[in-house]
Design a protein around this ligand. Structure first.
Ligand SMILES: Cc1cc2nc3c(=O)[nH]c(=O)nc-3n(C[C@H](O)[C@H](O)[C@H](O)COP(=O)(O)OP(=O)(O)OC[C@H]3O[C@@H](n4cnc5c(N)ncnc54)[C@H](O)[C@@H]3O)c2cc1C
Length: 437
């Protein structure tokens, strides 16, 4: 069976954060859409379940399986660039950096990206991965059409025109409706951006928050626990010439990774030092202004391992939530030194998108690997819930099915389609059953 398909048995799979691991019966690496289809048909026949893995950068047990794990690492690459309609066709396993480089060579880019670019395109879409900028939706909003192999082995193409009743369900679906093998993606002409980083006092920052959000194409900021300093990062279109990024990348690697790793180890060994190390880190934020092409600027290497929760709240709650977060960390003296990452995303109409029908603020809380995170995350989750927070599907959270039903008005419709496309539950694992069944 599958004699032509690369298959690995007995290997333990782990995600990036090392928060999840399992030993699948086999890991399969199909290299064509037909092979994906034959794997799914065989799984249905043998009553095996399937989970698909991209780059394994989700923090939860979405990918965990003791049955069959399918990786699309051999089903990657960029197909047709349609200049007339500004779209590009991409295979599901393609990593975002591969896509960025290929588009860049042709003079194009994705309109927005998150802060790393190693994810697979299908994995990023499936969890509603987002960047920042109120003019832009998450990455799934860039999808014009996608093809997925459903539980029957059929190849289903969905878009606004083809099978439109499935489209808004398939765009964020956690691998629960089938295997995404091909995506047609909206692209824009490649632009040169000026990236700026600077620090400001919280009191001044708070007064200007609305202006920062609307005046910049891409804007994000980092709140440093126990500190009055906020780091703001902006990216706007410029007519400056792109510069060499060697120093910028070296700086990123050195400050945000190597030096931060050492500081994080100190916090792990001496948790009480978290407060002063957070303050020290905030003071070390420098002023930067650099011009470059988008795919080189969006992404930063993330070598320091952490755990993370991230919530999406309606934009109008942003300031109140920030004030409460700062107060809670001070009052409870949470031993955390990782800055809190804050971004904005435009409302969309994708059923399971956390920014469904609301302009949103995303707030992400990190804890260094090896340090206790439970109490900190619980307190932050309570605040996020108070502000109607929807969890990022790829990050840790403690939401029950009932809570998710109250947060996502279209979840019942999604679950009906799930049952219709996958009646045997071929694409379910225990974690997803807990969320959905
Ligand atoms: C260091 C770091 C930085 C991050 N930065 C950001 C950020 O800036 N913004 C943000 O929103 N998120 C961010 N994330 C989260 C990350 O983008 C998501 O978790 C994303 O899903 C990871 O993509 P992946 O390819 O690793 O998917 P995986 O984690 O491998 O899989 C995610 C989900 O997609 C499904 N899936 C994968 N491939 C397919 C397929 N072909 N067909 C159907 N389903 C599939 C899987 O079954 C699973 O349910 C970050 C994570 C890390 C670790």
């Amino acid at each position: 069976m599958f004699s032509m398909i690369k298959t690995v048995k007995g290997r333990t799979w782990k995600n990036w954060a090392r928060t999840c691991e399992s030993t699948p019966e086999k890991i399969l690496y199909p290299s064509s859409i037909e092979e994906v289809s034959s794997i799914v048909k065989e799984a249905s026949k043998q009553k095996k379940t399937i989970r698909v893995v991209g780059a394994g950068h989700s923090f939860t047990s979405l990918v965990k399986t003791e049955d069959w794990l399918v990786s699309l690492d051999s089903l990657s690459g960029i197909g047709q660039i349609d200049e007339e309609n500004s779209t590009v066709t991409v295979l599901g396993g393609t990593r975002l950096f591969q896509l960025g480089e290929a588009l860049g060579r042709a003079g194009y880019a994705q309109e927005n990206l998150g802060d790393i670019n190693v994810q697979s395109l299908a994995g990023a879409i499936s969890t509603g991965t987002h960047g920042t900028g109120l003019e832009f939706g998450n990455l799934s909003t860039q999808v014009m059409e996608l093809s997925l192999v459903t539980a029957s082995g059929e190849i289903l193409t969905v878009s606004e025109k083809q099978n439109p009743h499935y489209f808004k369900a398939c765009l964020v679906s956690l691998g629960g409706l089938g295997i995404i093998v091909k995506v047609k993606l909206k692209m824009i002409k490649s632009l040169v951006y000026e990236y700026r980083s600077e620090k400001v006092r919280y009191s001044k920052f708070e007064q200007q928050l609305d202006h920062y959000i609307t005046a910049n194409r891409h804007f994000e900021f980092y709140l440093f626990p126990f500190s009055d300093i906020v780091q703001i990062k902006t990216m706007n279109v410029t007519d400056r010439k792109p510069q060499s990024l060697s120093f910028h990348h070296f700086n990123n690697l050195f400050l945000e990774n190597y030096l931060f790793f050492i500081l994080s180890e100190i916090c792990r060994l001496f948790p009480k030092s978290s407060r002063s190390i957070s303050r020290l880190s905030s003071k070390a934020v420098g002023s930067t202004a650099i011009a470059a092409n988008s795919h080189e600027l969006f992404a930063t290497p993330r070598l320091v391992k952490f755990r993370e929760i991230e919530y999406c709240i309606p934009l109008h709650h942003f300031k109140s939530a920030l004030q409460e977060i700062r107060k809670c960390i001070e009052t409870k003296q949470h031993q955390v030194h990782f800055p809190i990452e804050c971004r904005t995303v435009k409302a969309d109409d994708i059923w399971l998108s956390p920014s469904y029908q609301r302009d949103s603020a995303y707030i992400a809380f990190h804890m260094y690997k090896g340090m206790p995170y439970e109490e900190y995350f619980q307190d932050m989750e309570l605040i996020m819930k108070k502000y109607e927070g929807r969890p990022h599907w790829g990050k840790m959270h403690n939401q029950s099915k009932e809570e998710l039903l109250s947060l996502y008005p279209k979840l019942p419709d999604f679950l009906t389609i799930r049952k219709e496309l996958d009646p045997q539950g071929t694409f379910l694992n225990d974690y997803m059953k807990r969320l959905w069944i």
